[in-house]
Design a protein around this ligand. Structure first.
Ligand code: FAD
Length: 393
C-alpha cells in the first residue's frame, strides 16, 4: 500500500523548502513530504560559486535554508538521496527510486534545472568540473588547492563568478567565451567593456569569440584546444555553460512544456492539484504578459511561497519583476526586469569608473529593466516602481 501524503513536494531545492514553510503557515495539520535526489537538506546555491568556493572551509550546514531541527519541529518529512522516477497523475501517485510509492492530494514539481555539459573530444578526461551542487563545489575547491592555472569556459554569470573565485584563490585564470563581450545577455556594450577592464585589472586573461574544440591529456586534462587552433595549457578546467529544465519526470504527460512545466500566474498546471515552482516552472509573467522561466534565487523563493500558499487553499498570484544578484570581486550586481529584451537606449546614474551606477534599459522610451552596481535598496525599489508603472501603461 502506498503511503498517503497531503502535500508532496518533488525536488529538494529552495522552491520546495519555501513551499513547505508556506504550507505550514496555512495548514498546521496536513502531512508534507519533500523528495530530493540530493542527500542534503535544501540549501542555498549562490554561495557555492562565491564565499563557499573562495574560502574553501564552509560546511554544508552553513548554507542550509532551514536547519535539520526545523523539519522535525514543523512536521515536514524529508526523503534525501531519493529520486522520483514516475508519476501517475490520474492515480495521484509518485514512484521513487527506492521502490516505494507515495499517494498525494496536492503535488509540487520543483525539480530545478540540470547542467548543460560540453560534448567534445576529451570531455571525459579528469580535471573538468561543473558546478551545481555541494559535492561539485567541494570537488572544485579540492582541485584548485593544487592547480596553478585554470581555464574557465563561459562568459555568463557562473563563468564570471568562477573566474572571480579562482583569482581570489590565487590561480592564474583564463576565461574563454563564445560571445564578443562579457555577459552579453545582461549587459549593454558599455557595461561589458567596463567589466572586461575590471577583469583584466585582476590579471584574468579574456579570450572572447572562442569555442572549445577539444580537451587533451593522458587521463587528466592538460590542454584546452580552441576552434581557432590555439592551445591553452591547463591544470584544471571549470565550465559554466548554462542549465536547462530536466523534464524527464513529466515526459509525455500534459505537464511537459517546450521550456519547462507550464503554469499560470497562480503556479498551477493544467492538471488539478499539481503546481510547479522555481527553475523548472515556465510561468505566466503577469507584468510582461508572457511566459518565462527564471533560473534565479528570488524567483525560486517567491514561487515556493506562493505555490505553497495556494496548495494550502489560498489564491495568490505571483506578480514580481524578475530579480537577480551576483557578486564579482568587490562588485555587487543586481538586475531587475526583462532581460530577454534589448535596449535601444541606456541611461546611466552614477559612474562606471567609480564602480557604482544604475543603468536603466529602455525600448522606445519605455523602461523595461535596470542593472545596479553597488546601489542602495531604496534606489532599487524606486526603479522597480518605474518599471512596473511603465509596463502597466
Ligand atoms: C553555483 C550557483 C550559483 C548561483 N548563484 C546565484 C546568484 O548569485 N543569484 C541568483 O539569483 N541565483 C543564483 N543561482 C541560481 C539559484 O540557486 C537557483 O535559481 C535556485 O537554486 C533554484 O531553486 P529550485 O528549487 O528551483 O531548483 P534547484 O535548486 O535546482 O533544486 C532542485 C532539486 O530537485 C532535485 N531533483 C531533480 N529531479 C528530481 C527528482 N526526479 N526527484 C527528486 N529530486 C529531484 C535536484 O537534485 C535539486 O536538488 C545560482 C545557482 C548555482 C548553481
Amino acid at each position: 500500500m502506498a503511503e498517503k501524503i497531503s502535500y508532496l513536494l518533488i525536488g529538494g531545492g529552495l522552491a520546495s523548502a519555501c513551499a513547505a514553510e508556506s504550507i505550514r503557515e496555512h495548514d498546521q495539520q496536513g502531512a508534507i513530504a519533500i523528495i530530493s535526489s540530493e542527500a542534503y537538506f535544501p540549501y542555498h546555491r549562490p554561495p557555492l560559486s562565491k564565499s563557499y568556493l573562495i574560502e574553501g572551509d564552509w560546511e554544508p550546514a552553513d548554507i542550509y535554508h532551514h536547519d535539520e531541527a526545523w523539519y522535525a519541529e514543523h512536521n515536514v518529512i524529508f526523503h534525501g538521496g531519493v529520486r522520483a522516477t514516475g508519476l501517475d497523475l490520474n492515480g495521484q501517485t509518485a514512484t521513487l527510486s527506492s521502490g516505494a510509492s507515495i499517494e498525494y492530494d496536492k503535488l509540487l514539481l520543483a525539480t530545478g534545472a540540470g547542467l548543460i555539459y560540453l560534448n567534445v573530444p576529451g570531455s571525459d578526461l579528469e580535471g573538468l568540473y561543473y558546478l551545481r551542487t555541494i559535492p561539485d563545489a567541494d570537488a572544485l575547491t579540492k582541485a584548485s588547492e593544487s592547480a596553478k592555472r585554470v581555464v574557465v569556459v563561459g562568459g555568463g554569470f557562473i563563468g564570471l563568478e568562477l573566474a572571480s573565485a579562482f583569482q581570489q584563490r590565487d590561480l592564474e585564470v583564463l576565461l574563454v567565451y563564445m560571445e564578443d563581450r562579457l555577459w552579453e545577455r545582461m549587459l549593454s556594450p558599455e557595461i561589458s567593456r567596463w567589466l572586461e577592464d575590471h577583469y583584466r585589472s585582476k590579471e584574468i586573461t579574456l579570450i572572447s569569440r572562442a569555442q572549445v574544440a577539444e580537451f587533451r591529456g593522458q587521463g587528466q586534462v592538460d590542454t584546452v584546444v580552441l576552434k581557432s587552433g590555439d592551445t591553452l595549457p591547463v591544470d584544471m578546467c571549470a565550465l559554466g555553460i548554462g542549465v536547462r529544465p530536466d523534464l524527464t519526470l513529466v515526459k509525455n504527460t500534459p505537464l511537459e512544456g517546450a521550456n519547462g512545466i507550464p503554469v499560470n500566474e497562480y503556479l498551477e498546471t493544467d492538471v488539478a492539484g499539481v503546481y510547479s515552482a522555481g527553475d523548472i516552472a515556465w510561468y505566466q509573467d503577469a507584468i510582461f504578459n508572457k511566459r518565462r522561466r527564471v533560473e534565479h534565487f528570488d524567483t525560486a523563493k517567491g514561487h515556493g511561497e506562493v505555490a505553497g500558499a495556494n496548495m494550502a487553499g489560498e489564491r495568490r498570484p505571483y506578480r514580481e519583476l524578475p530579480y537577480f544578484f551576483s557578486d564579482l570581486f568587490d562588485l555587487e550586481f543586481e538586475f531587475v526586469g526583462d532581460f530577454d529584451l534589448k535596449p535601444d537606449r541606456v541611461d546611466f546614474t552614477g559612474e562606471l569608473s567609480e564602480n557604482t551606477f544604475i543603468a536603466r534599459y529602455f525600448q522606445q522610451n519605455r523602461i523595461f529593466a535596470a542593472v545596479f552596481v553597488g546601489r542602495e535598496e531604496e534606489e532599487i525599489e524606486a526603479v522597480k516602481e518605474e518599471i512596473l508603472e511603465a509596463q502597466s501603461q
